[in-house]
Design a protein around this ligand. Structure first.
Ligand code: NDP
Length: 309
């Protein structure tokens, strides 16, 4: 029985090495050289070509190479009844925490203005803003969001979060529902999007959302490009309502070279690198999931198809 690796963004050599260090007998195959289709029992995928999983009669698991599963679920020929699992990896989470802290501190300490002042040789002393005046709102408070929230709380930032289900298992106040969203937005000087990309969360960063944020608020999108209505963001920044944005993810990736975001003085663009999967760190859970599904059990971190994440 074999594992089929499908990704243009991850190294098959690294993954084969990492996986076989946990299971030396693993039969590792790389798309499109899958050999006999009925040998494949697990597909390890990132943005698989539509239909590539359709004719694998003994497929037991579709394992995402990332924390999200949206890139898998868009395939109209996804085989029914095969569980889908995503990665929950401490290395990836740590990268996301570092990135969020970097972006929040950068806004809080006004790094963009300081960099601009340097280009003009200006000794521009910006008075410190009390940490509690930079209130952080988090859309999504799951595996990654919780760690970010805890790190920001430790630094003294007041944090509130918005989740789909009501949660009381955290020291951070979580809101849910439409009213909860409005409450979180009202108290967000810095808004971080960490939602999964689903039908409900598509375009959630839109003109209404921005209008609900306090004047001068800053937006950090490190989830998916489809969460953001890009022209609404530009209008909200250019009207002076928002102070700027840090964007790591985009509707079209790589971001086209003529896109307005690249040269906008109030937008920071990073190329979808807030958290990158490291094979040596994430391979063990893939092998664990393979063993679970082989023994007829559900995989860890299974995606709930009803909720889309
Ligand atoms: P989780 O699934 O663990 O958490 C998702 C959170 O979003 C949960 O708190 C969930 O609520 C909430 N949520 C989902 N749907 C809704 C909704 N309709 N309304 C309100 N809240 C909702 O995800 P992770 O924390 O592991 O990852 C989050 C996302 O980060 C990933 O899906 C991926 O898109 C992105 N990501 C980006 C990376 C990058 O490099 N830029 C790297 C890694 C991940 P509840 O708690 O009630 O379930």
């Amino acid at each position: 029985m074999a594992l089929l690796f499908i990704s243009n963004d991850d190294s098959p050599v690294e993954w084969q090495d990492a996986l076989t260090s946990f299971d030396p007998d693993l039969d590792f195959r790389t798309w499109p050289d899958l050999g006999t289709a009925s040998d494949i029992e697990i597909a390890l995928v990132w943005k698989q070509p539509p239909g590539s999983l359709a004719d694998l009669p003994r497929l037991k698991l579709i394992q995402s190479l990332g924390a999200g599963a949206d890139h898998i679920l868009t395939d109209p020929q996804l085989p029914g009844g095969v569980p889908i699992a995503r990665l929950v990896d401490s290395n990836l989470t740590q990268q996301m925490v570092e990135f969020a802290v970097l972006a929040v501190l950068s806004r809080h300490r006004r790094m963009k203005q300081l960099q601009l002042a340097q280009t003009q040789s200006l000794w521009n002393v910006i008075q410190p803003i009390p940490t509690h005046h930079s209130r952080v709102g988090m859309l999504g408070f799951g595996e990654i969001g919780r760690e970010i929230g805890n790190a920001l709380t430790r630094l003294g930032f007041p944090v509130t979060a918005w989740t789909r289900t009501a949660r009381e298992d955290s020291n951070i106040v979580c809101q849910s529902g439409e009213n909860g969203l409005v409450a979180v937005l009202h108290s967000s000087d810095i808004l971080i999007c960490l939602l999964p990309f689903t039908e409900e969360t598509k375009n959630i960063l839109n003109a209404d959302t921005f209008a609900t944020l306090p004047k001068g608020a800053y937006v950090i999108n490190m989830a998916r490009g489809g969460h953001l209505a890009e022209s609404d963001l530009l209008s909200a920044i250019d009207s002076g309502h928002l102070s700027g944005a840090w964007l790591d993810v985009f509707n079209e990736e790589p971001l086209p070279s003529d896109h307005l975001f690249w040269k906008h003085p109030k937008v920071i663009v990073t190329p979808h690198l807030a958290g990158l999967t490291v094979a040596s760190s994430a391979a063990e859970q893939v092998i664990k999931n393979l063993r679970l599904v082989r023994s007829g059990k559900a995989p860890n971190n299974a995606v709930n198809l009803k909720h889309g994440y």
